[in-house]
Structure formats: structure tokens, C-alpha cells
Write a protein that binds this ligand. Structure first.
Ligand SMILES: Nc1nc2c(ncn2[C@@H]2O[C@H](COP(=O)(O)OP(=O)(O)OP(=O)(O)O)[C@@H](O)[C@H]2O)c(=O)[nH]1
Length: 477
């Protein structure tokens, strides 16, 4: 950066000086100086804007034709004029030599000099017509002060501090500043020489690493940083746990809770994280469907698909409860086996589909007949039905059974067999009262067996009739 800054400072001055010097109007001005030309072509603010601190126009006799000094160089005005007009400092030729003038070609000189303790960069170019060949009329010198301000300005943007000091090029040990040689080893300071083009006068540029710019390992800061990082990570994890993991745990808990009792219940929603809320919603929707299907399946397992009344499995569950009440609470009950008469003949006459419809009609009628009682009607299988009553009054049961026979016949479902016209049923019933000894040793199958025996008797008795008995204790059971 320092290199670029100095190069920029140097090159821009040289270019500007050359542009002015090879200018026909300036040639004319040297011959015939007028204030008008200066006012319109060389105003002070133009040089100030270009950071030019002094301009000196000299003729071939080294006499000053025109001059400009910025206030920063006003105190050194006389030293500057002496330096330029004498043509040589003894060490440096600033103005063109007679040999150069003899060639009548544009020539220029530039370099660093020390003026009253201040470092300046100068650029001098012969003044001649714009063709760059012709009669030389003098030379133009432009000065830029490399004062502290410039050094400080550059230093502000640099990690290193540097100084520019006058020096003499006494050995080749120090590299030329503009050689762009890279630093191959780190040392506290590095120096380069900027040489004058004409002799061994030079300036030395020295870079020094600012102590403060070197990275210092501050252990307290490092430990604080590590502790802060640990704290931030811990807090982040706690937040993560709070916002993400705990809702997931709650979600999982909800699932576990909901399935622990075999019956799935809804998961509590209102989670803070959208995805979990949405998962919870979806899960609940799934549960609703699942529960609906489960209910449907449970219904199917106890419901007869054709008639819609309870099937044999449902009957057995009900029978278990009835038997338990009989065994433990001595509450009596009754059971009826009901079989459609000559149903084979019906199927043969009207077809199986009509048979199915007849079965539905009989089942519906049976359900209607027992609707006012604590009873369960079930399809036992085929064209056979079973009714269990939580009732053990023989008179009542007989009445109900007879009513059932009448009701079925009055359905007037045609079934012509012999002198019969309608579908009828035969009923075998058993009344199990509370007085049976050793009730606990009997099963529902024992009751059914006796009901079946009564049904058989009813069939023998000509059908469309009821046979009923009290439950008979079985010997050697
Ligand atoms: N349509 C239909 N018929 C059935 C169904 N289940 C059983 N059956 C019929 O019911 C008839 C029962 O005939 P059987 O056991 O010989 O007795 P039945 O003809 O009713 O004569 P009895 O019982 O002696 O009066 C058979 O023809 C079976 O095919 C069913 O779900 N639908």
C-alpha cells in the first residue's frame, strides 16, 4: 500500500509536469509572459487540487519566469528558488543540462530531495512545442511535499508504521523501493532506498511493525471467550430442548398414554412447534379413523351380518353375565331356542334369497316381541334363534313364547307345506329359577341343551308350538 501510495504520488506529478511542459501556449508564455495566461491556465486552486505544492517556470538562463507555492512551502520559498535556479545542488541536477538542451528533445528529471529538513519529490521537464521536438525554451518544475501529513495519512491504512528519511546510497545492501522485492523473512523493521536518478542521494523508507498490531494472546480474554461460548451453547441446547425435544417427549408420552388402556384417546395438541402441532393433528385424525374402524370391527364380531341382531359370540358374552348373576346373586333367567319350521321347504320353493329375507323378517319380529323385556335376541345359527331373558317366571315366559309364535305366523310369509300356509316357528324353552342346587356347577351349554330338547319336543308336537320346562338338575354332572 505504501508502495502504491508513493508511486501514485510520484507518477501523477511526473505526468502532469510533462503535460504542461509540452504545450505550445506555455512556450508562447515563456517568450511573452502575461497575467491573463496565468489567470486562465495556471490558477492556484488547480495546483492545490492536484496536491502540487510548488511550480517553478524557468527560462534557458535558469531565470525564474513564473512561480507558485502552496502555503506549506512558503517559508522555504527562497531555498526552493535557490535549489532550482542554481541548476545544481552540487549533488543533483534538477534543470536540464546543456547537453540535453542541445539535443532539442523533451527530457525530464525527477527524484527525492531534502529541502529545509522536509522531504520533497520534484519533477522537471523541458518546455518545448507540442510535437515534442523543436526549440526548448526553458523547463517546468513541479514539487510535491512528502510531509508528515502524507506519511500519517498512509500510515493510517497500514498495519505497520513507516518513516521516510534522507539517506545516501552507500551500499547495495538495501533494496530499491520500487524493485517490488518481496519480504522473505519477518524482522522488526524493513528498509528500502528510493534513489535519485542522477546521483547517490536517496531517501530511506523504513517499515516498523507496530507492537500493538502484533496479535497478543490475552489469556483472560481467551478464557472469557471459551466460557461465553460454553454458556451460549448450553443455553442454546436448553432452548433447543425446550422448544424441540420436550414437545417431542410430550408427544411421545401422549401416544404412550393414549394406547396404554387399549383405548386410544386424543393427544393433547397446542404444541409450540408447528410441525409437532401438525403431527399431533394428523395423529388424532388417524386415531379417529382407527377408533371408528375399531368400533365397526367390534360390532361386526358380535353382530349377525344378515339380520343385524346379535350373533352367537354376542349371545355367549351375554350368557356369561347371566350365568354369573345366577351363580353369585341367585337371579334366575330363561332361555328360548326358536327354529323356523320347514325352512328347507321354504328355500326350495322361493329360493335362497327369499329365505334370507324371511330370516331378516323373523329376526326383526323377535326383537319387537321382546322389546319391553330385559332380554337379548340372537341368531344362533342357520334358521335357529335364541333368546335369553333376565326373567324366571314360567307363566310370563310361556306367554311371551306363545305370542312369538303367533306374531311370526301373522307375518304371513308364505310357506306352503301340507295344510300350512305361512312361515312359523317352534320354541323350546327353559326357565332357570333361583332354587337350583349347586347352580355354580352348571354351564350355559347345559341350559341350551335342555332348551334344545324342548325344541325337539315342539317339533314332534307338530311345530308352530311352544314346549317349556324348568331347568332340571343333571345327575352325576
Ligand atoms: N336362505 C337361507 N337358508 C338357510 C340359512 N341358514 C340355514 N338355511 C337353510 O335352513 C334349512 C334348514 O333345514 P332343516 O335343518 O332340514 O330343517 P327344516 O327344513 O327347517 O325343517 P324343521 O326344522 O324340521 O322344521 C336348510 O335348507 C338350510 O339351507 C340362511 O342363512 N339363509
Amino acid at each position: 500500500m505504501l508502495h502504491s501510495a508513493l508511486s501514485l504520488s510520484k507518477n501523477s506529478l511526473t505526468t502532469l509536469c510533462y503535460d504542461y511542459a509540452v504545450w505550445d501556449d506555455l512556450v508562447e508564455y515563456v517568450h511573452n509572459p502575461t497575467d491573463e495566461f496565468v489567470q486562465s491556465n495556471m490558477p492556484d486552486n488547480a495546483f492545490e487540487a492536484a496536491n502540487i505544492d510548488a511550480v517553478l517556470l524557468t527560462d534557458l538562463n535558469n531565470q525564474l519566469v513564473w512561480e507558485y507555492q502552496h502555503e506549506s512551502l512558503l517559508n522555504s520559498r527562497q531555498s526552493l528558488i535557490n535549489l532550482i535556479t542554481q541548476g545544481s545542488t552540487g549533488l543533483v541536477n534538477i534543470l536540464p543540462s546543456s547537453a540535453e538542451i542541445a539535443l532539442q528533445k523533451v527530457s525530464s528529471r525527477s527524484g527525492y530531495l531534502v529541502l529545509d529538513g522536509q522531504l520533497i519529490y520534484y519533477s522537471n521537464t523541458t518546455i518545448l512545442p507540442s510535437t515534442a521536438t523543436g526549440e526548448i525554451v526553458g523547463s517546468l518544475t513541479m514539487i510535491r511535499l512528502l510531509d508528515k501529513a502524507l506519511v500519517n495519512d498512509i500510515s493510517r491504512y497500514s498495519l505497520v508504521s513507516f518513516s521516510i528519511t534522507p539517506a545516501f546510497k552507500t551500499s547495495n545492501e538495501i533494496d530499491d523501493f520500487f524493485s517490488l522485492k518481496l519480504i522473505d523473512s519477518i524482522s522488526p523493521s524493513h528498509s528500502w532506498l528510493i534513489s535519485n536518478a542522477f546521483d547517490n542521494q536517496a531517501v530511506q523508507v523504513t517499515l516498523k511493525h507496530k507492537k500493538t498490531s502484533l496479535p497478543q494472546l490475552d489469556w483472560i480474554a481467551v478464557i472469557s471467550l471459551v466460557l461465553a461460548a460454553i454458556l451460549i451453547i448450553s443455553l442454546s441446547m436448553m432452548m433447543l430442548s425446550r422448544w424441540l425435544i420436550s414437545p417431542l417427549i410430550r408427544f411421545n408420552q401422549s401416544i404412550n398414554d393414549s394406547s396404554s388402556d387399549g383405548l386410544m384417546s386424543k393427544i393433547t395438541s397446542h404444541h409450540l412447534i408447528d410441525e409437532i402441532e401438525s403431527m399431533s393433528y394428523s395423529f388424532n385424525q388417524l386415531l379417529l379413523k382407527f377408533n371408528a374402524q375399531q368400533n365397526y370391527l367390534e360390532t361386526l364380531t358380535v353382530q349377525d351380518a344378515l339380520t343385524g341382531i346379535t350373533n352367537r359370540r354376542g349371545l355367549e358374552t351375554f350368557a356369561k353375565d347371566i350365568m354369573l348373576r345366577w351363580h353369585t346373586e341367585q337371579k334366575g333367567f330363561s332361555t328360548m331356542m326358536i327354529d323356523i319350521d320347514h325352512f328347507k321347504a321354504f328355500n326350495d320353493q322361493y329360493g335362497h334369497l327369499a329365505g334370507d329375507n324371511a330370516l331378516v323378517a323373523v329376526a326383526t319380529s323377535l326383537a319387537e316381541q321382546v322389546a319391553g323385556y330385559d332380554a337379548l335376541v340372537a341368531r344362533f345359527g342357520g334358521e335357529e334363534f335364541c333368546i335369553i331373558f333376565a326373567e324366571s317366571d314360567s307363566g310370563t315366559i310361556l306367554k311371551i313364547a306363545e305370542n312369538i309364535c303367533k306374531a311370526i305366523e301373522q307375518l304371513h310369509i308364505p310357506n306352503k307345506v301340507g295344510n300350512r300356509h305361512w312361515v312359523t316357528v317352534s320354541i323350546g324353552g327353559v326357565v332357570v329359577n333361583t332354587l337350583v342346587a349347586d347352580a355354580a356347577k352348571y354351564h350355559f351349554s347345559d341350559v341350551l341343551q335342555q332348551a334344545d330338547e324342548q325344541l325337539y319336543l315342539a317339533k314332534l308336537a307338530g311345530r308352530n308350538t311352544v314346549k317349556l320346562q324348568l331347568f332340571a338338575p343333571i345327575k352325576n354332572h
